[in-house]
Ligand binder design. Structure first.
Ligand code: DSN
Length: 436
């Protein structure tokens, strides 16, 4: 197997840019919690002729001819993701996690309805009600957050807020929360106030599929996810349900029967929010889901968590404050205020040494989202590179040295050399590549 870059010889401008990015990925330490490295076969499926095909609709119910093979690919992706999560129904067409959330919200609630999500500044996601996103513009957003002393969500407070606000939709799930979720309690609260419960598992999906975190499918009405984070497939989204149910709004189909929620969600994706599905990406999703069904993926997920715990211990031992004091999953959110460096400066300094992280708001932050007091760190990508718990100490040590002396150019240069040499032991996409 090889990259088909030889076909790009005519456009050396973009080929050279892609090659520079490949070098960056190979030689640096990737700690962005939402990133990962797909397999070569996932990338090859994405780069296939399926990109040429229009297939609006669903398998066997398309608005275009010639869909027999993309139907097979899409059915395979649906079957595999249902098997992976034990889902009764899935739609694999959302282009991203944000698109999946948009499709669900536009399908199941009305503009002006109240929604209850996890506060973005406490670790939530833009699409869970942020004022700069459609979810905060179209609906009336209300939020729960973490407690100042524990850094954890207090479920009694979630219940109090839900009882007061009476949301139509409750969203659980986050982008920067290192603890597991009590989906069962969320469902009790949703039932009490008559809300639909949506779990956005974009971040921990791979760890849930592998059985290392709580399972939302028996408890949540609807589940959305990305496919490219801990799940390690292509960039994209998916919507699932543990079981289908009659829509609670009394909506009927042309035969006068109550429509199933699956039909409402399917139409929320197309024609509700998307046009032609990306069948090349859907084929790559099928590949990724197939890989995640393998026992090897379970071992990978286990190492992701072991590495994250080892890394969190390394930071705590050096006096860093991790929100909630540690991690159950693949990431940690570090409050840098005790180290007197902003998230922006930390991200920049580490970047100069080829260590990639992202600055992140911490709960009760006193700085803007462009500066921030924290950084988010995750282990999915470095675990794919083959790193084990013993390597975490080396990485934490480099980060600590750099953040303790961020303007020391000699230290930055020598650390970058050390990082680049270290990464040679963890090869990425070593298959032959043609160079123009
Ligand atoms: N989910 C965000 C992240 O975690 O990086 C991107 O939307």
């Amino acid at each position: 197997m090889s990259f088909r870059y030889s076909y790009m010889k005519r456009d050396t401008q973009i080929f050279n840019i892609i090659n520079k990015e490949l070098d960056r990925q190979r030689s640096g330490i990737e700690l962005i919690a939402s990133e990962n490295f797909t397999s070569m076969q996932v990338m090859e499926a994405m780069g296939s002729c399926l990109t040429n095909k229009y297939a609006e609709g669903l398998p066997s119910k398309r608005y275009y001819g010639g869909c027999e093979f993309v139907d097979e690919a899409e059915n395979l992706a649906i079957d595999r993701v249902k098997r992976l999560f034990g889902a009764a129904w899935a739609n694999v067409q959302p282009h991203s996690g944000a698109q999946a959330n948009a499709a669900v919200m536009l399908a199941v609630i009305k503009p002006g309805d109240t929604i209850l999500g996890f506060d973005l500044s406490h670790g939530g996601h833009l699409t869970h009600g942020s004022s700069v996103n459609f979810s905060g513009k179209l609906y009336k957003p209300t939020f729960y957050g973490v407690e100042k002393d524990s850094g954890r969500i207090d479920m009694n407070k979630v219940e109090d807020i839900a009882t007061k606000e009476q949301p139509k939709l409750i969203i659980c799930g986050a982008s920067a929360y290192s603890r597991d979720w009590d989906y069962e309690r969320f469902r009790n609260i949703a039932d009490k106030v008559g809300a639909i419960l949506l779990a956005d598992i974009s971040h921990p999906a791979g760890l849930i599929a592998s059985g290392f975190l709580n399972d939302p499918l028996p408890h949540c009405h609807i589940i959305t996810s990305t496919t490219h984070k801990t799940l390690r497939g292509p960039r994209g989204g998916v919507i699932m349900m543990g079981q289908d149910f009659d829509n609670p709004f009394g909506l009927k189909n042309p035969k006068g029967e109550i429509r199933k929620m699956s039909a409402i969600l399917d139409s929320g994706v197309f024609p509700g929010t998307q046009g032609g599905p990306l069948e090349h990406v859907i084929a790559a999703k099928a590949v990724g889901f197939g890989e995640a069904l393998d026992d090897e993926f379970k071992a990978y997920s286990k190492s992701v968590i072991t590495n994250a715990k080892a890394m969190a211990n390394g930071f705590v031992n050096r006096g860093y404050q991790i929100i909630s004091g540690g991690t159950d999953n693949h990431l940690m959110l570090i409050d840098l205020r005790s180290k007197e460096i902003t998230g922006k400066k930390a991200e920049h300094t580490l970047g100069l040494a080829d260590i990639t992280v992202n600055k992140n708001m911490v709960p009760f932050d006193d700085k803007s989202p462009f500066v921030t007091s924290g950084m988010r760190i995750g282990t999915p990508a470095i675990t794919t590179r083959g790193m084990k718990a013993e390597h975490m100490e080396t990485i934490v040590n480099w980060i600590d040295q750099l953040l303790s002396d961020p303007d020391n150019q000699d230290l930055i240069n020598s650390t970058r050399n050390d990082v680049n040499n270290f990464m040679k032991d963890f090869p990425l996409y070593e298959e032959k590549m043609e160079v123009v």
